[in-house]
Design a protein around this ligand. Structure first.
Ligand code: ZN
Length: 77
């Protein structure tokens, strides 16, 4: 009564706890992943964002809006 158990807290709040980890899920082309092997440890997302391949956003993080737009355009072609 009065107390609520929140199992899944909202991930909408932008926290800057881990600077290295991307806040969004980015779409990455498969050949870009191969490219990243050449570049080192970074992958290039559709939106042009580069981030360490070893870092991934927390589960439940939103999809990068830029990547999503580009991806939808690609699907239409
Ligand atoms: Zn992106």
């Amino acid at each position: 009564m009065g107390t609520q158990t929140i199992e899944r807290p909202d991930v909408d709040t932008e926290e800057t706890t881990d600077d290295d980890a991307p806040k969004f899920f980015h779409y990455v082309k498969k050949n870009k992943i191969a490219e990243s092997a050449v570049m080192g440890t970074h992958v290039v997302a559709l939106c042009g964002e580069t981030f360490p391949v070893t870092k991934s956003p927390k589960p439940g993080s939103p999809v990068c809006p830029k990547c999503k737009k580009i991806y939808e355009k690609m699907k239409k072609d």
